[in-house]
Design a protein around this ligand. Sequence first.
Ligand code: SAM
Length: 392
Amino acid sequence: MTGRKKQKIRIARPPAREDSADGGNYFEVRPAKLGQRLEGLSALTKPGVRGFPGVEAAQELLAQTMRKDRVSGEVLDLTAAGGLLGSLPGVTLRAVEGSAAALTALEAAGYAPLAAVPGDALAERWPERARTVALTLAGDRGNAYISAQIAWAHAQTPPGGTLYLAGDRDKGFDRYVRAAGAAFGTGETVARDGGMRVARLVRRPGPTPPLPEAEQYGAFGVQVVGLPGVFSAGKADKATALLLETLDGLELSGQRVLDLGCGAGLIGAWAAGRGANVTLVDGDLQSVRSSRLTLEANRLEGEVLHSDVDSALGEQTFDLILTNPPFHVGRGVVLDVALEFLAAASRRLKPGGTLYLVANEPLPYETPLRDIGPSRELARAGGFKVLAATRD
Ligand SMILES: C[S@@+](CC[C@H](N)C(=O)[O-])C[C@H]1O[C@@H](n2cnc3c(N)ncnc32)[C@H](O)[C@@H]1O
């Protein structure tokens, strides 16, 4: 064992295979748990949607502020999550999302949502822009992504139209409002609750700021194209690097390989470069776009799907599944999605097929891995471990 580091990871609850944080099944869509201040409003949710089992605190303040302002008519929500703003009286919601999990919740709520990422044109779907636009900043996805979100919101707000911008003071909200205010020409913070903030900006005529460029880097023989906000967009993740170093001798030629939660596509492209027949999936549309660009940049073939875990895979099964699963650190670790990755491996591996997984050392994957079949630890270094399980 080398370079073992102490990690501050607190497990919020004991892992359970089938049940999510609120005791339901992973794919089941259910009503979001809303606080008293949102009385009369509603949203749907499921594991994997931001804020699950409730709604994000910033979105909650956004809905309260818009209700107080008596906003009505067409509202374009670029981060619609479970459709909370659509339940405001008199509002007709144009729901846009990049998260496959949120898109499922929005469809279940009857919103006919549009899957899109910052920078996408929306005029084909809605030829006339809505006078009111809403956006909750993704404070955890980095500056470049937030700049892209703001540029997108600017492009989608007609001159004279209003943008409601929500976010977290501790994740740079004030700085982002200043940047947005410079582009819009005017704007002020109109609501505060704890660290949450909402600003209202009215767009004056003027140019839309440019979208930030994708980053590019070489790793493990792959040229990676990292779009803003994608995991590990600027350099290979240490855990992913340990996984690929550990699997260096693996025979991949002709194997059906699934890269589950592909991000910018490093793992899938690495496998394709070694002759595997690859499928890459990610629940985040920006990651899907990034992975497609990575395959293209390396002139590699592969199918890349926008998928909440394995939901878009139809009947496909695989010889090998490679993954660095997501886990969310906030008030502890939320393992709903990661545990569903393991359950998906059970469903998707051919008999005799193997799941290779890398994770932070304290994460308790050994027990659920045994449900797949005989499991083993292949490496442990730098605070990470590489585990494998072969389907019986
Ligand atoms: C730790 S990152 C690993 C990314 C990439 N494989 C790498 O090693 O750089 C986990 C990935 O899982 C994706 N993800 C999160 N929730 C998901 C879900 N419900 N379904 C599919 N992918 C999801 C994230 O978008 C992210 O790209």
